[in-house]
Design a protein around this ligand. Structure first.
Ligand code: SAM
Length: 230
């Protein structure tokens, strides 16, 4: 379970709302029950329930289980698409071990406002389910040009381009990387040209078929992780 509170040996904390309800009424845990917690800073801890009310649970941390994870240094840059699908991208990227998600506003992005609160809630749920001990970072939405203008020198940008590029499975390699996926309507030619001008860019193909943006995100992260993730 993810908690905002900073965890440490013998720390006492109380949970209310949905987490308390989940522990008490779904898992039906009571005093003495044990829960694994992570705070996205210090790794994963084992905690014991000391009091269990219907709406509030009191716990005490009993031991440190795992250090905060290190994940491959992969960012996923994706143009926001329809609401349900962007939640799905955030969830799958979290499960697959992505370090950072960056919504990118492009010419054909039909969604220009991203509810990062809602996205983060999906990421927390996915991290709990797949037992990560840290959350991916979620950047505020950025315009494509601003992103390219401030691109970090050491980071390779694998530009998923259905118009052609090396197979990602061949191009992927360990090291700071980012994968860029366009919106349902794709990138404009001018955007494609600007992206290709970036010194760190490597246009890559995800195969001969045109994938939906969410399929492309999942496929690209999976391919990169299989080849370059550790
Ligand atoms: N131009 C596409 C079309 O004709 O329908 C629209 C873009 S596609 C639905 C969404 C994004 O997924 C693309 O911008 C690209 O980043 C990625 N994508 C889809 N298929 C791909 C492929 N075979 N190789 C590389 N990237 C792909």
């Amino acid at each position: 379970l993810y908690v905002e509170a900073a965890l440490s040996e013998n720390a006492a904390l109380t949970l209310d709302g949905a987490p308390a309800n989940y522990l008490a009424n779904v898992l039906r845990l009571g005093p003495g029950g044990q829960v694994k917690l992570f705070d996205d800073r210090t790794g994963e801890w084992l905690a014991e329930i000391s009091e269990a009310g219907r709406k509030r649970i009191a716990l005490r941390v009993v031991s440190h289980l795992r250090e905060r994870e290190t994940v491959p240094d992969l960012w996923l840059l994706f143009a926001p698409i329809k609401r349900g699908r962007i939640d799905w991208i955030a969830e799958k990227a979290t499960e697959l071990g992505v370090a950072r998600l960056v919504p990118v506003l492009t010419q054909r992005t039909i969604v220009d406002r991203v509810n990062t609160e809602r996205l983060r809630a999906h990421m927390v749920e996915a991290a709990e389910q797949c037992e990560r001990t840290a959350l991916p970072e979620l950047a505020e939405p950025q315009k494509l040009d601003a992103l390219l203008a401030a691109w970090p020198a050491e980071r390779t940008l694998f530009f998923a381009d259905e118009q052609g590029g090396a197979p990602l499975a061949a191009a992927a390699r360990p090291g700071p990387a980012a994968i860029l996926i366009g919106p349902e309507g794709g990138f404009t030619d001018a955007e494609g040209a600007r992206i290709r001008e970036l010194a760190q860019v490597e246009p890559v193909s995800l195969g001969p078929r045109i994938l939906r943006a969410d399929t492309a995100a999942l496929a690209a992260v999976s391919l990169w992780m299989a080849k370059a993730g550790d």
